[in-house]
Design a protein around this ligand. Sequence first.
Ligand code: GCO
Ligand code: MG
Length: 418
Amino acid sequence: MNAQTRETSHYGSNNDRRIVDAKVIVACPGRNFVTLKITTRSGVYGLGDATLNGRELAVAAYLQEHVVPNLIGRDAGRIEDLWQFLYRGAYWRRGPVTMSAIAAVDVALWDILGKMSGLPLYQLLGGRSREGALVYAHAHGSDIAEASDDVGRHIEQGFLAVRAQCGVPGVKKAYGAVAAGKAYEPAESELPAETVWNTPRYLDVVPKLFERLRKDHGDDVELLHDVHHRLSPIEAARLARSVEPYRLFWLEDATPAENQKSFELIRQHSVTALAVGEVFNSIWDCKHLIENQLIDYIRTTLVHGGGITHIRRLADFAALHQVRTGFHGATDLSPVTMGAALHFDTWAPNFGIQEYMLHVELTNEVFPHDYVFRDGRLHVGDTPGHGVDIDEKLAAKYPYSPKQLPIARLEDGAMWDW
Ligand code: GCO
Ligand code: MG
C-alpha cells in the first residue's frame, strides 16, 4: 500500500472515486485509435484518447505496462497529483509517447470528474467564453482549379474557414495534395509510401493558389495553409511574404521548429500569421516561440500534450503573450480528443480556431458524441464530462491494422520532412 492509498482509505466518500479498472482499447474503425477507459468503484468511467498516429502500439504498451498498474486503487479525483506523479515520477520527462499516455489518463479523469459532478467539462474549466468553436475544414485538389472548387463546396456547406492545399506541378504525389473528394490523409500501406518533393515548384504554386482563391471566393472566408515542415527558414520567410496580399488566417508549420529561433527569420520578413505545434508535446517545445511572440497560434492539442492539465498551463502562458490556440484536429486523433478539445475551446479565453477534419461514419459510430456542426462552428452539448463515449463491442470488430502515412525524399533521394 502506498502513501496515497493509505490516506484515501480514510475518506469514505473518496472510496467511490477509487480506480478499480483501467483498460487500453486498440481498434481501427477507419483509423487506428488507442483509448483508455478508467473505471471507478462507483461504476462511473472516463475515456481518454492515447492515439499517436503511426506509433500507436508504443503508447498502448506504455500505458499497459507502466501506467495502468500505477492507477489501480488511486483516487480519480486527484487529477493534478496523478499528472505530477506520472510526469515527475517517471524520471524520463516529455516525449510524444509519454505525454500521450499521460494525456489519456488526464482526460479520462476530467471526464470522470464531470460525470460525478453532473457538469460538462467546459463548466469545470470555468464556463463558457463563447457559444461555439470556429472550425476550419480541409479543401484540396490536384491543381489550383480543383482546389478552388473544393473550397467553394466547403463554403456552401457552411464553413467560415477553409484550409487549402493543391498539387504541385511536376510533383507526382505529395501528402496533403490529393484530388478533391479523396481522403486527405492516405494512411494506406503497412510501411510508408515514398514520395518525391520539390521545393522551388511548391514555392511557385502556393501564391498562385491563394490569388485564385481570393478571386473566386472573395475576402470574407478565412483561408489557411499547411506547409507541413517542408521549408527552410529563409524559404518559409519568402513564402510568408509572397502570400501576404491574400491575408491568410495562418500559415502552418512553415519550417520545422525543433530550433525555435528559426521562426525569428520568418517574423523579420513577413506579417503573415503563423501557426505551429501539432508535433510538440510540452510547453517547453514552444516557450521561446511564445514568449518572443514569434507565432500567433499554438497547435499542440490535448492528446499529444499531456492532456487538459498541461495544455491549460500552456494556453494560459500563451494568453499572456497574445498567442491563441488552434488545436490539431486531424482524423488520426479520436473523437475523444475532439470532444475534450471542443470543451476546452468553449472555455479558453484565447481560443483562436479548431481544426475539423471529419471522421468517417464508422469512427463516429464507435465513438458516439454530442458535439454538432452548425453555422461554421462546432458546438458541445451539456452531457456531463466531455460527452464522447465508446461502443466497445463495435470497436472489437475492427482490430488494429498497421498503416503509415507517406514520407518524402528530395529528387536526389535524400530524406526530407513531410
Ligand atoms: C494537420 C496535419 C495532419 C498530420 C497528421 C499526422 O494539419 O492536420 O498536418 O494531417 O499530418 O495528423 O499524423
Ligand atoms: Mg498540420
